[in-house]
Design a protein around this ligand. Sequence first.
Ligand SMILES: Nc1ncnc2c1ncn2[C@@H]1O[C@H](COP(=O)(O)OP(=O)(O)O)[C@@H](O)[C@H]1O
Ligand SMILES: [Mg+2]
Length: 224
Amino acid sequence: MEPILQTVDLNKIYKVGKVETHALRGVTMTVNKGEFVAIMGQSGCGKSTLLHLLGGLLSPTSGKILIDNEDISKVSDAKRTDIRRRKIGFVFQRFNLFPTLTADGNLRLAERIHVGNGKGSAEKRHEILSLLKLENKMNNKPLELSGGEQQRVALARAVINSPAIILADEPTGNLDTENSEIVLDMFQELNERYGQTIIMITHNPEAARHCGRVINMLDGRIVD
Ligand SMILES: Nc1ncnc2c1ncn2[C@@H]1O[C@H](COP(=O)(O)OP(=O)(O)O)[C@@H](O)[C@H]1O
Ligand SMILES: [Mg+2]
């Protein structure tokens, strides 16, 4: 098994005025290529902080983060941004779709930002939208979609460029059971069909059942 993401003794302290919050307290973990991992734990235990550090969106106070054996806390901001763009897809709970573009248009935009030449694949967009049961909604704009459908389009956008690593922060947090199932099935499909590595924060025990492994956190630490 080949590691794709590793952390070594990761610490994160937030400072707001004089108040310090020790959000991560020595997190050491390894995720191998092709794993589908859930991160669980009560609110405030540091899950989002860990995910943001893994994706290079935050810098650690101390410790190492390795993506494909490269320490991303040591490289320049420009290099880190480049690694993130090439290898990582983020799924957040809030989804900022472009309101004037259709579902398909939002995906085309993501493709253009990624490859820079406007060359996307209509076939790939159709495949992803079909996996998410949105094939009949390709030409709808966000306001013409339900909340669950908008979330699914945002998800399609995060995975359209086939990132090696998908980081998802409570992707089913705002969804009803039916929409949650569609989203979880899609993650499982991407994981099994394309071997994409997925790390998903969730509170949903059902969601954790789709995953190969659960990492439990408590007060900034991994517990088992
Ligand atoms: N940007 C920030 N500035 C200051 N404190 C923060 C910030 N983000 C998170 N925290 C604090 O860090 C701790 C961990 O937060 P977070 O990683 O969001 O937890 P979780 O995602 O598990 O709910 C919490 O005490 C939270 O209040
Ligand atoms: Mg969180």
